[in-house]
Write a protein that binds this ligand. Sequence first.
Ligand code: HEC
Ligand code: HEC
Ligand code: HEC
Ligand code: HEC
Ligand code: HEC
Length: 631
Amino acid sequence: MRLQHNLALLSALLIGGLMTWDVQGDQVQIQTTAEDFFQPGTQPVPENFQVFTESWNCAQCHNFTDDDNPSAITSPSINWSASMMAQSARDPVWQAAVVIANQDAAGSGEYCIRCHAPKGWGAGHSTDGNLDALWDPDDMDGITCSFCHRLVDPIASPDNPAQDADILQALIDAGTYPDPAHPGNGRFIFDPIDDRRGPLDDVGINMHGGSLVVYSPHHSESSVCASCHDLGNPVFSWNESTESWELNPLDEAHPTQNTYHMFPEQRTYSEWLNSEFANDGVAFPDGRFGGDGHPDGVMRSCQDCHMPKTYGANCSFWYLPDIGTRDDIDIHSFAGGNTWVIGAVHDLWDPTWTGLTDEMVEMSMQRTADLLAAASDMDVSQDGDALDVRVTNWSGHKLPTGMPEGRRMWLNVQFLDADGALVEEHGDYNWITASLDTSSTTVWEAKLGVSETMSALTGVDAGESFHLVLCDEILKDNRIPPVGFTNAAFEAIHAEPVGETYADGQHWSDTTFEVPVNAAEAVVTLYFQTTTREMMEFLRDENVTDDRGQIAWDAYVARGMSPPVVMDATTLDLTPVAVEGDVNGDGVVDVNDILEMLGQWGPCPSGCSGDLNSDGLVNVDDLLALLSYFG
Ligand code: HEC
Ligand code: HEC
Ligand code: HEC
Ligand code: HEC
Ligand code: HEC
């Protein structure tokens, strides 16, 4: 029956023009084309396109350490270089994943390049997802200064630059205007002219030669991050009646172009959009996320948390009277959940082009660790023989969010006896082999999978999978929702919890552990890990094209196999758990308990330790119960 079904599907695809091609062993590559991955927005090399100016050019003025707030490091160039967005095209894990994507679905790597190397993509350098077609070093700067500072608001507004009306109209005329109600998927609009758009409306002196300084309110809104921080796979459509994701006809663009009808890979922007942060914001009286300069401590936008506010300079000419320092600048730190890949980029690439020093890697890793520590609170309490642990999400989206493959968070609980010896452990992590005991604790993560249907088509094993472009099922998503979560809103964007329930408004997760008898202390730690060993092994072993999987693996090993970082940790002194049958209260059940019980023999209406069944009598029933606890 299943075979027939699969054969019918396969032949339907063959009739539809699908050719097969052996990737490795029995795997068959899906013959996708650029059409399958089509997205609206500015297309490569628009009319009157001026090249994106290199980031090293910006560094001539935007790289400095000598202003009157040197400890904060306000230089946009230094901070940007130390962020993953500057290194997104050099990222060895990403490169290894693109090779797999190309193996799985022809040319799909071009879609990856769109977001991870938008400068090279926009300039028309990349074709068919070929990483080697990108210009090195120019395109490898990933999301460059010039690229972000040419982004145009897709929503027309009288506050926006006057030239935007023509830019939007040109897209409408070409049929590639991206509907802002369906964000993400690299549907950005960039200005064909090399101007410098930014949040300042009072720049005293333009030092950018022929480029204009253009005031852009859009740059202070979360929507400037939307085009890349929501990601759906457009080769699949949601089928409402079967409640499943189905492969679209090949060589055709997605039929609705509604990003929420595409297989959800990342929903960070939409998670935020459906949280309290996008409405009234959330106040953090403890100064969390605020840097030292946020105006009111109420966090709303992506920038509020990911570009913390401080005072200082934007440019090395800050000492000139027309420039000066400012008390409200945004640090380009873009810290997130990536604890080790910045170090791998530093190790693999020429520092002339990465701009990375050991100190900058250190700074970046520290910022990430600090952000992760601020992301959650953990409350631990004892209730009889139960240890209750609550983890509360304070980030602006799910915790964790973003990349679902490999990111995870878990509780490690160590019960110690009065001498400090380990009695029992939950969520044991082996630091040598990078293996986690997932069976004895809560692991918060999303797991994608390949359905039987896709498995039959491609020869890839069904079930849990890292074949990103082939995945068409969400097998698990217990990541903790943000403040303001509702089930209805998250279902509407296909970001609902899977295999776990959260009530409306619940932005925390509870786990209960049983306290063992001899435990005197519980040491509870919440860990975050950026990349699992399982994912890195997959990238290494499935690659039949080049050595990028091996390069990524070696870099991962050299950087300590993505060491878990501590988000929260606490130690709780425990009230000893009563031992059943321990009549004399010495912690063991033995013959002395029988003697104690015999001493209490008879009626005992006011309660005796020997009245094990609480019937007001110490008698033979209690003795039998006691014997059953012996040993
Ligand atoms: C819509 C934009 C977009 C597209 C298209 C896209 N990505 Fe990404 N990708 C992102 C963002 C944003 C992140 C960062 C998320 C995070 O850090 O959690 C990311 C992160 C990643 C990472 C994690 C890197 C690391 O160092 O841990 C990998 C791997 C990756 N992407 C692979 C791919 C592949 C392969 C494709 C193409 C099939 C692709 N991406 C297409 C936006 C995109
Ligand atoms: C010759 C020096 C110089 C170079 C090179 C330079 N800038 Fe600037 N830039 C400045 C100065 C000065 C300011 C104003 C700073 C201030 O007022 O705080 C500025 C301001 C900006 C602003 C803020 C604009 C606004 O309205 O908010 C942006 C964005 C910007 N630069 C981007 C860039 C980018 C991108 C590059 C490289 C492509 C670059 N700059 C190269 C000197 C320079
Ligand atoms: C209230 C503060 C806050 C707001 C608002 C916020 N974030 Fe975050 N973000 C965090 C924290 C804390 C983390 C680290 C925990 C994690 O990885 O989820 C994080 C992590 C991330 C990551 C990395 C995830 C990973 O584990 O790889 C990305 C990407 C990200 N945020 C993007 C965004 C975008 C885009 C927005 C706006 C749409 C946004 N954030 C809004 C606090 C915030
Ligand atoms: C991911 C997109 C992105 C990249 C890459 C980026 N910027 Fe920005 N930049 C922004 C945003 C967004 C703001 C405004 C933040 C706000 O107002 O909340 C900004 C603000 C600025 C400002 C004004 C400073 C201020 O007071 O806010 C300058 C100057 C600037 N950027 C220069 C640069 C330079 C130089 C680079 C490269 C070294 C760069 N940017 C890379 C997004 C980006
Ligand atoms: C042109 C696409 C693009 C835009 C626009 C963009 N991002 Fe990203 N962002 C990425 C990609 C791609 C990555 C993943 C890089 C990697 O890990 O290789 C990323 C990663 C991140 C991370 C995770 C970094 C880490 O170390 O884990 C944060 C945080 C982030 N971006 C915040 C923002 C914010 C805030 C904005 C808006 C001001 C923004 N991004 C705009 C593409 C983009």
